[in-house]
Design a protein. Structure first.
Length: 457
């Protein structure tokens, strides 16, 4: 049996741990069943955001009338867009592997547990005192063999469809629909209920729904009843909430209806490792599973499902395993963004969660018009919404909708990272009239809301 200091199963973000540990002289085996780099650079965050760049330019030209500029797009070379995106993806696996030194054994295959501390791959058994599971998630399978999930378009091979139907209402469905519609592919988004981006604060998702519907054809309260595929085309029977059926043709069909755990591939029944009701691996505050010496990080734990969370966890596990760190990692907050048009960024609780959890709070929601740079976008919908603890001035939640929301959110994150007091955002000096200045009235509004809340109390 081969012996290592550390075995890593899944070479997404956890590749970084192999780099760090091997630099410290540890013998590491890293097992990957698909591509090194994992979801984010191969078929997730990065390629999807590369596409958003093209969508953004196309959308700006299409909407130039808002700025009294009459322009038309002559041609969008979608083949070239995918060629470039595929070229980027093709470099990931080799570039990730090039970061490993001679202490790392690279193994392609599916890692399975034989016991708590023995892993088998390609018929060979390996052991190590520390084993890290970082197996991420996979898309929920599409119900037809010709239908895609996001994995099938990164890289996109074969003919580019002229029409696409996307099923789903989460961020992946919306980001992909945003791209395909912007570059001129006839796009239909099928949403089962009336809510889209239903996990966002309801004020924000309501604005999103109104604005996004201007860019993408969305059929609400609609799902697919029957799928027929003939002559390289889907003939779909759609059904709405009143059981009315309609026919819909589409060259491509993409399901973005959620992701599921990869744990079935691990043969965990041979170990003491426990999973939760959704099949995600349970762990303690130090990422350790029920099996001593076996850890789980990233999406495989089912906790945050974001690349920046996986990255922090992997770095922190390195500190625990290699530097003897004794404090657990506690995320003070977990921001995320939806890179669509409109763009959304969010951190902390939504107003509906605050209500559900009976939390004492005040809100402030303001448009961005206080900033000339925001005004220059000639968009009326952008908003900042704060949810604040009226006793401590703590930002419990902040939700932005508008251009560059994901960038704008960072000034709020910086305050939250330090002593988390919304008054800093009211008192700090902003560059006038930068887009960031749009946060100021919301901070002023939040402090005023607290003062009147205290008066009325
Ligand atoms: C389309 C899309 C867009 C996204 N956009 C964003 C975004 O904008 N921002 C953001 O923060 N997050 C985004 N995400 C989520 C982000 O990609 C994940 O949170 C992140 O990649 C998780 O990293 P990980 O290392 O835990 O898992 P992964 O990167 O999924 O890596 C797990 C690896 O384990 C391998 N594996 C699984 N089982 C086994 C086994 N038994 N043996 C060997 N190998 C195995 C898999 O092949 C995979 O390579 C997006 C995801 C998708 C799908």
């Amino acid at each position: 049996m081969k012996k290592f200091d550390l075995i890593i199963i899944g070479a997404g973000r956890a590749s970084n741990l192999a780099v760090t540990a091997s630099k410290m002289g540890k013998k590491v085996a890293i097992i990957e069943k698909s591509k090194f780099g994992g979801t984010c650079p191969n078929r997730g965050c990065v390629p999807s955001k590369l596409l958003i760049g093209y969508a953004h330019v196309a959308r700006a030209i299409k909407e130039s009338n808002r700025h009294f500029i009459d322009s038309t797009i002559n041609k969008i070379d979608i083949e070239k867009i995918f060629e470039e995106t595929n070229k980027y993806i093709s470099k990931i696996d080799p570039s990730y592997k090039s970061r490993f030194n001679e202490n790392v054994e690279i193994i392609y295959g599916t890692g399975k547990f034989v016991s708590n501390n023995i892993v088998s791959v390609n018929g060979e058994e390996l052991t190590a005192p520390k084993i890290v599971i970082a197996t991420g998630t996979k898309p929920i399978k599409a119900p037809h063999e010709k239908a895609w999930t996001s994995d099938d378009i990164f890289p996109l091979e074969g003919e580019i469809p002229k029409s696409i139907t996307i099923v789903g209402s989460g961020f992946i469905a919306c980001e992909l629909a945003n791209f395909f519609a912007a570059v001129g592919i006839q796009t239909t988004l099928l949403v089962r209920s009336q809510r889209i981006l239903g996990n966002e604060d309801s004020d924000i998702s309501a604005i999103f729904k109104e604005e996004f519907s201007k860019n993408v054809d969305i059929l609400f309260d609609t799902s697919i009843d029957e799928i027929d595929y003939t002559n390289n085309q889907f003939d779909l029977t759609l059904i709405n909430k009143d059981n009315n059926k309609t026919k819909h043709k589409s060259q491509a069909l993409l399901y973005a209806t959620g992701r599921e755990s990869n744990t079935n591939s691990l043969d965990l029944q041979n170990t003491d490792i426990e999973v939760d009701e959704r099949n995600y691996i349970k762990r303690d505050d130090f990422f350790e599973t029920n099996a001593k010496g076996v850890y789980v990080v990233g999406d495989a734990s089912g906790e945050n499902m974001l690349q920046h969370a996986a990255a922090q966890e992997v770095n922190y596990l390195g500190k625990i395993l290699l530097e003897g760190e004794k404090e657990p990692l506690k995320f003070k907050y977990m921001p995320h963004a939806v890179f669509t048009e409109p763009e959304i960024a969010s951190v902390g609780i939504t107003e509906q969660k605050a209500k559900e959890q009976n939390i004492e709070y005040v809100t402030s929601i303001t448009p961005w018009l206080a900033s000339a740079k925001a005004m220059s976008t000639r968009l009326k919908y952008p908003r900042t919404k704060f949810i604040i603890d009226p006793n401590t001035y703590e930002i419990l939640g902040c939700h932005l909708i508008g251009p560059e929301s994901s960038t704008m959110m960072h000034q709020i994150l910086a305050v939250m990272h330090l002593d988390n007091d919304v008054r800093h955002l009211k008192e700090m000096l902003y560059i006038h009239p930068a887009l960031s200045e749009a946060i100021l009235p919301a901070a002023v509004g939040a402090v005023k809301a607290i003062e009147s809340y205290k008066k009325d109390k």
